[in-house]
Ligand binder design. Structure first.
Ligand SMILES: [Zn+2]
Length: 116
C-alpha cells in the first residue's frame, strides 16, 4: 500500500508549513488534489492519513481530497476531452498522439487552521 508513504509525506510537508511562532495550533483540514492517473486510492489515503497523523502537530486534522479528472489533448486535431476509460486515443480523429493535460497531480492545496 503505497498510500502510507504518500500520507507520511503529506503530513511532513503540512507540519513543516505550520507557523512556528503560534502555540497549540489545531489544523482542521489538509486540502489536496489527486489526479486520477496518480494511482492513489482516495479512501486508502484517508485511512493512512488518519493513522500517520496521530502524535503529530496535525493530530485531529481531516484530509480533504479533490479528485482531478484526466484531461487529454490531441496533437493532431487539438481536441480536448476528459478520459473516463482506458482508451487513450483521440475521440474525434482516433489519433494515438495525445498529451495528458491534467490527472497526474498530487498536490497539497492548502491547510486550514482552527481559530484559537
Ligand atoms: Zn484528434
Amino acid at each position: 500500500m503505497h498510500e502510507m508513504g504518500i500520507a507520511m509525506q503529506i503530513v511532513e510537508i503540512a507540519a513543516a508549513s505550520i507557523p512556528k511562532n503560534v502555540e497549540n495550533i489545531q489544523v482542521e483540514r489538509v486540502n489536496i488534489k489527486v489526479g486520477k492517473l496518480s494511482a492513489v486510492v482516495p479512501e486508502s489515503l484517508k485511512f493512512c492519513f488518519e493513522i500517520v497523523v496521530k502524535d503529530t502537530p496535525l493530530s485531529g486534522a481531516r484530509l480533504v481530497i479533490e479528485e482531478v479528472p484526466v484531461v487529454a489533448r490531441c496533437n493532431e486535431c487539438s481536441a480536448e476531452w476528459t478520459i473516463t476509460g482506458p482508451v487513450f486515443t483521440c475521440i474525434k480523429c482516433n489519433s494515438g498522439s495525445i498529451q495528458i493535460l491534467s490527472g497526474r497531480e498530487l498536490d497539497i492545496v492548502s491547510i486550514e487552521i482552527a481559530d484559537p
